[in-house]
Write a protein that binds this ligand. Structure first.
Ligand SMILES: O=C(O)CCC(=O)C(=O)O
Ligand SMILES: [Fe+2]
Length: 339
């Protein structure tokens, strides 16, 4: 039986016209059918992957005080450390600790008439006890960005669009975000929500996972395991690609189940997204493709807007109510965040 979550080899794009064409077709099929695939042939060395996972493990092994020194609640930009149970998915606590890193940029000066999402731009928080983490993760951001852009161009081509169809909405200041995550094991009777069922918000997510299981994707009404496959990245479609393709491409629901006691799982999701000031276009699909587009499957509790900044801000406010209360109380009172 073929795997439900297929393996796609990115190097086929460089193996002549026929491989190139079939790769694009396979990509489109995988992204439309299950919305998840493993990516091989990405050109990232095993040592670079090991370095990121090792640096992440060293971060989580720091004394709790060093991690709490950069707790996310100190950051208006939702950057920094969140302890296990500190993040919510659909109102329920996720049993994972994590460090959120965004793009390193200067904050935007605030004042009347400035959109609230502009507060999302600004610096990261880095642990002073582990100076090597910053260069390791910034290097990974650069590597993952390059792969994400190659994939995004391939997606555009696979939908019979010009290769640069998405360029204008990420060029110069894409808003990618990444995190390093540790899922501590625990007794199943204590609950099993590593991260609750959700869709990702950006264009594409590139996920690095260690050797431990836990990631599951919803397919045809059941949960399918996306077990680790050494040397690959797991790629999934986010809501922006679903929106741009009018639902032709699928942003699939996924979750992580907590490992058993005595096991921990490390993962590094990288979310490639559009500029915060972008508006997501609706691609002009060919008649044949348009006929197969299902329309974006919007969650009635969380409707999506074509304006990127407000979507991102809404989702961050929901996930991190402590940051929301500390830094966005004005919006919560007036409902100006649009949620
Ligand atoms: O840790 C994982 O394997 C997936 C995490 C995830 O889905 C997320 O953070 O959005
Ligand atoms: Fe996710």
């Amino acid at each position: 039986m073929p795997r439900i979550v297929p393996v796609l080899d990115l190097s086929r794009l460089e193996q002549g016209a026929s491989e190139y064409r079939t790769f694009l077709l396979d990509l489109r099929t995988a992204a439309r059918d299950v919305g998840f695939f493993y990516l091989s042939g990405h050109g990232i060395s095993a040592s670079e992957i090991d370095d990121v996972l090792d640096a992440s493990r060293r971060f989580f092994a720091l004394p709790q005080a060093d991690k709490l020194a950069i707790e996310m609640v100190k950051s208006q930009q939702f950057r920094g450390y969140t302890r296990a149970g500190g993040e919510l998915t659909k109102g329920a606590a996720d049993w994972r600790e994590q460090l959120d890193i965004g793009v390193e940029r200067q904050p935007i000066a605030q004042g009347p008439g400035i959109a609230p999402w502009t507060r999302l731009q600004g610096p990261n928080q880095w642990p002073s006890a582990l100076p090597e983490l910053k260069p390791a993760l910034l290097a990974w951001q650069a590597t993952a960005t390059a792969v994400a852009i190659r994939l995004l161009k391939a997606f555009a081509l696979s939908l019979d669009q010009p290769e640069d169809a998405f360029d204008a909405i990420y060029r110069d200041s894409p808003n990618h975000r990444m995190k390093i995550v540790r899922y501590p094991g625990r007794d199943a009777t204590a609950g099993n929500q590593g991260v609750g069922a959700h869709k990702d918000g950006g264009f594409l997510t590139l996920l690095l996972q260690d050797d431990n299981k836990g990631l599951q994707v919803e397919y045809d009404g059941s949960w399918v395991n996306v077990d680790p496959l050494p040397g690959t990245l797991v790629v999934n479609i986010g809501e922006l690609l679903e929106l741009a393709s009018n639902g032709y491409l699928r942003a699939t629901v996924h979750r992580v189940v907590t490992p058993p006691t005595g096991v921990e799982r490390i993962s590094v999701p990288f979310f490639f997204s559009a500029r915060l000031d972008a508006t997501i276009p609706l691609l002009g699909l060919s008649e044949e493709l348009a006929a197969q587009a299902r329309g974006p499957a919007s969650d009635p509790d969380n409707p999506l807007f074509r304006d990127v900044g407000i979507n991102v801000l809404k989702s961050r406010l929901r996930s991190h109510p402590d940051v929301a209360r500390r830094h966005y109380a004005d919006l919560l009172e007036t409902g100006a965040a649009g949620s």
